[in-house]
Every structure is written in structure tokens, then in C-alpha cells.
Design a protein around this ligand. Structure first.
Ligand SMILES: CC(=O)SCCNC(=O)CCNC(=O)[C@H](O)C(C)(C)COP(=O)(O)OP(=O)(O)OC[C@H]1O[C@@H](n2cnc3c(N)ncnc32)[C@H](O)[C@@H]1OP(=O)(O)O
Ligand SMILES: O=C([O-])CC(=O)C(=O)O
Length: 371
């Protein structure tokens, strides 16, 4: 029997990295609420890659390795200045940059566990530098070198703005990174696993995953949520704009989910961060508009917000350009992609399902001048 068009409900592999059971999300058995409230992003990276939480010295070592590996070859930065068209989307630039980075990695084709782990560290470190450098270079600003004494979350914000972030900004950004790190067999992770199951290399797997994350039905939704908030503009317009979209059968970005039915457990953490940060900035309208949208969509369509919905107003309050929201998702999710890539290599089988043929029956070839 043919599976549903979107493979809904199909269990395509086994994983020990994360699970969604009865709308509860866990990373290696730890509830996402616990991790969001307590863990640093670096701890989560370690957890996903080693399937256990790090001891203090192991965490310190990983933090050091990430900080030490953030520099990016000059050639990768220089190519950001060469695009023939204006307004290249940062996800397109990121996809190219990660693929290009592979050309500077002496171990790119080395398939041992040790080499793959070293590449995972390099990719996790460099992706933050790539996204922040692109965000600056396109505005005519120079990239900023990371500070080795800052956390991963703080370094990202520092490399983007050039200013050391406040504690609350680091808290919000760290939480967002923790919440986006992994999510079972979502579309981009599945893409990464399919790619490396051919025994292709890590750079190919991550590049493919970035392409899948870019779309607005997946990671690209966070930028679209901000677009909706900007279009609404003012709290008084929420009802008319959202009702208009629903009447037109348009999707409201940041709502609905393929797996969650009662709601995405990550959304409440981002909602609370959005409340706090927008208040601090005197920009409560983005939070208030979001809450109103949630009320309308939940009551009319019975669709709760997903992780992308409140992350938009959080990143906006962190003064991040709207088209960098999805690259930030990739900065976090690469940790999950890498964990899944390593898990796939460890027990590999080519992923190659079948398709049910629904085209014409047998036909006779007719030469072109007789057609
Ligand atoms: C990190 C992430 O990837 S989270 C998801 C991010 N994506 C988005 O926020 C984009 C908006 N949401 C969507 O497009 C969808 O909810 C998806 C793609 C996430 C999940 O889609 P599916 O599991 O395929 O749900 P499906 O499309 O079957 O939706 C069921 C019904 O709800 C409707 N629906 C689903 N999402 C929305 C939405 N955001 N706004 C309005 N209606 C919606 C569908 O139109 C459909 O209605 P119908 O039965 O009358 O045709
Ligand atoms: O799991 C999914 O389909 C999408 C999602 O929420 C994620 O990737 O975080």
C-alpha cells in the first residue's frame, strides 16, 4: 500500500537522539522543558553527540573546541562579496558557504569516526561565524572575530553586532538554540540522513539539510511569521488581517505541525521570552499581536503555534535582521543534523523507498519527425 503523500505516520528509522511521544519532546530522554530551563547550548550539543550529559571537564573541553574552531577561511568570506545579484537570501548564502567550507577541510573525505567527529566540531563552530559574517559583510561591515571566553550563544550575538550582549539576551538566545537543536525525523534531518546513507560526506549531508530547512513549510516559517507581524503593523489590525488570510484559505505561518496535536512544547518557552524581551525593549506590540493571532488561529482552526511562531518576535527583539532567522535555526539544528549523520554512519543502510507508478502504460517510441 502507498504511504501518504507526506509519509505521515511512517516510521522510517530508529534513533536514540530525540523523541516525540504524546506531544512530549525529549533529547536522549531529557524533557525539553528541563533542558530549556537549565542547559547551555554546548551541553545540549554534547548530549546529542554523545547521548549523555557532559561532566564539567568534558563540557569545558567542548566549549574550548568550539571557540577555537570558529574562524572561517578568508576565501569563504570573500565569496560573499562576489554575488552578481543583490539581496541573496542568507539561507542560499549559507548553503553555498557550508558546501564551500568542505573544500578547505583536509579531512572532508576521511570517513573514520574520529575524523567525522572532528568535522562535526568544526562545522558547529564555523556555522556561527559564517552566518554572522554574511550578516555583516552584506551591509558593508567587516566580520568580527569570536571571543574565546564567551559562550556559543553570546559569541553569536557578539559576532553579529560587535557588542557584548546583555545577560537577558544571552539567556534568550541560548534558550532558542537549545529548543531548536533537534526534532526527531523532521524534513531537514531526514534529508541529511538520506544523503549520508549513500556514504556521502558530512558536508554534503549538512548542505542538503540546509536546503530542506530553507522552505517556509519548515524552518523558513520563522521569517514568514515576522513578515506577517510587519504586515499587521498594529494590534488593532490583527483581527482583520488574520481573518482575511483565513477566509482566503492562506496558511498562517508558525501554526500547525505534522506531529504535535495538542501543541508544540517549545512554543511556551519562546512565548515567555518574547513577553520578557519585547517588554524590555518597549516593543510589547509584537508580543501582543502574536498573542492575539494565537487566540484567533487556535479558536478558529484549532491549530496551536509551533516553534517558529514566537521565535520571530524573540529574534526581532534581539535586533536580528529578519532574513537571518532561518540561518539561526540552522546554527542550532546543525547540532541535531550532525548527531543524526553520525548515528546513520554508525549503522548504515542505503535509504531507497519505492514509488507507485501512476503514469501512462507501455508506449511505442515514435521518431521525432513522425510525432
Ligand atoms: C520547525 C517547523 O518546521 S514547524 C512547521 C513550520 N511551518 C509552518 O509554520 C508553516 C505553516 N504550517 C503548515 O504549513 C502546516 O501546518 C505544516 C506543513 C507545518 C504541517 O502540515 P500538515 O501536517 O501537512 O497539515 P495539513 O496541511 O494536513 O493541515 C491540516 C489542515 O489544517 C490546515 N492548516 C495547517 N496549517 C495551517 C496554518 N498554519 N494555517 C492555516 N491552516 C492550516 C490545512 O490547510 C488543512 O486544512 P484542510 O483539512 O481544510 O485542508
Ligand atoms: O518536526 C518537524 O516536522 C518540524 C519541526 O518542528 C522541527 O524540525 O523542529
Amino acid at each position: 500500500m502507498t504511504a501518504g503523500k507526506g509519509l505521515e505516520g511512517v516510521v522510517a528509522t530508529q534513533t536514540a537522539i530525540s523523541s516525540i511521544i504524546d506531544d512530549t519532546l525529549t533529547y536522549v530522554g531529557y524533557n525539553i522543558d528541563d533542558l530549556a530551563n537549565n542547559a547551555s547550548f554546548e551541553e545540549v550539543v554534547y548530549l546529542l553527540w554523545h547521548k549523555r550529559l557532559p561532566k564539567a571537564d568534558e563540557l569545558a573541553e567542548l566549549k574550548q573546541q568550539l571557540a577555537d574552531n570558529m574562524s572561517v577561511p578568508q576565501e569563504v568570506l570573500d565569496q560573499f562579496r562576489t554575488y552578481p545579484i543583490k539581496n541573496v537570501h542568507p539561507m542560499a548564502a549559507l548553503r553555498t558557504a557550508i558546501s564551500y567550507l568542505g573544500l578547505f577541510d583536509e579531512e572532508a573525505e576521511e570517513m573514520t569516526d574520529e575524523a567525522n567527529y572532528r568535522k562535526a566540531i568544526r562545522l558547529q563552530a564555523k556555522i556561527a561565524a559564517v552566518v554572522t559574517a554574511f550578516g555583516r559583510i552584506r551591509k558593508g561591515e567587516e566580520p568580527i572575530q569570536p571571543k574565546t571566553d564567551l559562550s556559543y550563544a553570546a559569541n553569536f550575538l557578539y559576532m553579529l553586532s560587535g557588542e557584548e550582549p546583555e545577560d537577558i539576551e544571552v539567556e534568550a538566545f541560548n534558550k532558542a538554540l537549545v529548543l531548536h537543536a533537534d526534532h526527531e525525523l523532521n524534513a531537514s534531518t531526514f534529508t541529511a540522513r538520506v544523503c549520508v546513507a549513500t556514504l556521502s560526506d558530512i558536508y554534503s549531508g549538512v548542505t542538503a539539510a540546509i536546503g530542506a530547512l530553507k522552505g517556509p513549510l519548515h524552518g523558513g516559517a520563522n521569517e514568514q511569521v515576522m513578515k506577517t507581524l510587519m504586515e499587521i503593523g498594529d494590534e488593532s489590525n490583527v483581527e482583520s488581517v488574520i481573518q482575511g488570510k483565513l477566509d482566503n484559505k492562506e496558511k498562517i505561518m508558525g501554526f500547525g505541525h505534522r506531529v504535535y496535536r495538542q501543541g508544540d512544547p517549545r512554543a511556551k518557552h519562546l512565548r515567555e521570552m518574547s513577553r520578557k524581551l519585547t517588554k524590555l525593549r518597549g516593543e510589547e506590540k509584537y508580543y501582543n499581536m502574536s498573542v492575539k493571532i494565537e487566540e484567533i488561529v487556535t479558536s478558529q482552526k484549532d491549530l496551536p503555534p509551533n516553534v517558529d511562531f514566537y521565535s520571530a518576535s524573540v529574534y526581532n527583539a534581539l535586533r536580528i535582521d529578519h532574513d537571518l532567522f532561518t540561518p539561526i535555526f540552522a546554527v542550532s539544528r546543525v547540532s541535531g543534523w550532525l548527531a543524526h549523520i553520525l548515528e546513520q554512519y554508525a549503522d548504515n543502510r542505503l535509504i531507497r523507498p519505492r514509488a507507485e507508478y501512476v503514469g501512462p502504460g507501455m508506449q511505442q517510441y515514435v521518431p521525432v519527425d513522425e510525432r
